[in-house]
Design a protein around this ligand. Structure first.
Ligand code: ATP
Ligand code: MG
Length: 344
């Protein structure tokens, strides 16, 4: 075999495999979507009403941490109303012209999914307001002083926006959504249901105790639950009996460094750097991110919401602070009078 590894999987291929595995486990209908009762009820009302009126549903914004089902729900919106889904994302639209092209190609009733909508450039954002409110887009023809805007009317359609950072959306854009679904972390019981459903689809036998073990280490996130299940499946098939039982779950979670509270390498790196490099804080997000070689956005959207929720971290006006629980979890001793510096 060639040294550069004919059989080796590149990072891009690994991403592709991961995406395909994820797509295979996506619920297609609202009834299959587990948990998030509040958002599910709200959405089912909005969608049923729209179907009854033979009108496209109001624009929907889905906000919440990664892996909780925003993309899944956007796809469900389209399939529940029997509409075609068009996909794009904030970072993919670099010029207002890109958005104009997407908008002017929309057909009646289409669902336009805009992922990471908080990352849209300002001119595109303004074009989107107009399109969402008046179903109109101004197409600019010509350049410089001779440029003219030709208004083009659009057929009725629905925007579904997804964001991990709802706070970054400018108010005028936020206001144009008829409804915002706030997605929250899942209860362990709901994740167990996600896991049993996924195990059925993957064709692996999963026992109840193992499901509980995996669910409780999945940080309230279905994407993580499904990913851990696939690693448990690997372990069960290669080293175990083929059944995803507690032994397989415990062993696989150990191999993949997911600790009993569900913290992974990134979470522990954040806490460890906070405690050992910055004396427990307060310290700014950027300093932590730099210390562990990550993007501030990754630390803020991926690790932090979970660490905050689990009480390992607090945010103060002067920066992030490790709690007593964080020191204890890492097996470290907090410096004398450490937390009191918070109030000096
Ligand atoms: N309620 C649910 N029931 C069953 N499976 C779910 C549910 N929510 C999410 N999943 C699974 O978790 C995976 C991740 O979901 P999804 O891609 O929709 O998350 P997301 O919120 O769009 O994440 P990101 O912010 O990273 O784009 C999907 O493959 C899906 O199978
Ligand atoms: Mg998504």
């Amino acid at each position: 075999m060639a040294e550069d590894g004919g059989a080796a999987v590149t990072a891009a291929e690994a991403d592709e495999i991961e995406r395909a595995a994820e797509a295979a486990l996506r619920p297609r209908r609202l009834a299959e979507f587990v948990g998030q009762r509040v958002v599910r009820d709200q959405l089912s009302l909005v969608l049923e009403a729209a179907v009854a009126r033979h009108r496209p549903p109001d624009h929907v914004l889905l906000a919440g941490p990664p892996g909780l089902g925003k993309t899944t729900l956007a796809m469900i919106v389209a399939s529940e109303v029997g509409a075609a889904l068009r996909l794009t994302s904030g970072p993919a639209i670099t010029h207002a012209g890109d958005l104009a092209a997407i908008l002017s190609a929309l057909q009646e009733n289409d669902v336009l999914f805009i992922d990471e909508i908080h990352r849209l450039a300002r001119p595109a954002e303004e074009m989107l307001y107009l399109a969402m409110e008046d179903f109109r887009v101004d197409v600019v023809v010509g350049k410089g002083a001779g440029a003219t805007a030709i208004p083009l009317s659009l057929p009725p359609f629905t925007v579904v926006g997804a964001t991990t950072r709802a706070g970054l959306l400018p108010a005028p854009l936020r206001d144009r959504f008829g409804f915002t679904g706030h997605m929250d972390f899942y209860e362990t019981g709901d994740l167990e249901r996600v896991l049993h459903r996924s195990a059925r689809l993957l064709g692996i036998e999963l026992d109840a105790e193992a499901a509980h073990e995996i669910a409780s280490r999945s940080r309230g996130t279905p994407r993580i639950a499904n990913r851990l299940l696939r690693r448990v499946q690997d372990w069960a098939q290669v080293r175990g009996t083929g059944v995803a039982d507690t032994a397989a779950a415990a062993a696989a979670l150990e191999v993949f460094e997911v600790d009993p509270r569900g913290l992974d390498r990134l979470d522990r790196a954040v806490l460890r750097s906070l405690c050992t490099r910055f004396g427990g804080g307060p310290v700014g997000l950027t300093s932590i991110a730099m210390a562990i070689g990550e993007e501030p956005e990754t630390v803020e959207t991926v690790a932090e919401p979970f660490l905050l929720r689990e009480g390992f971290l607090t945010r103060t006006p002067r920066g992030r602070v490790a709690t007593a629980a964080a020191w204890a979890h890492l097996g470290l001793t907090a410096p004398e009078g450490g937390p009191s510096r918070l109030f000096d």
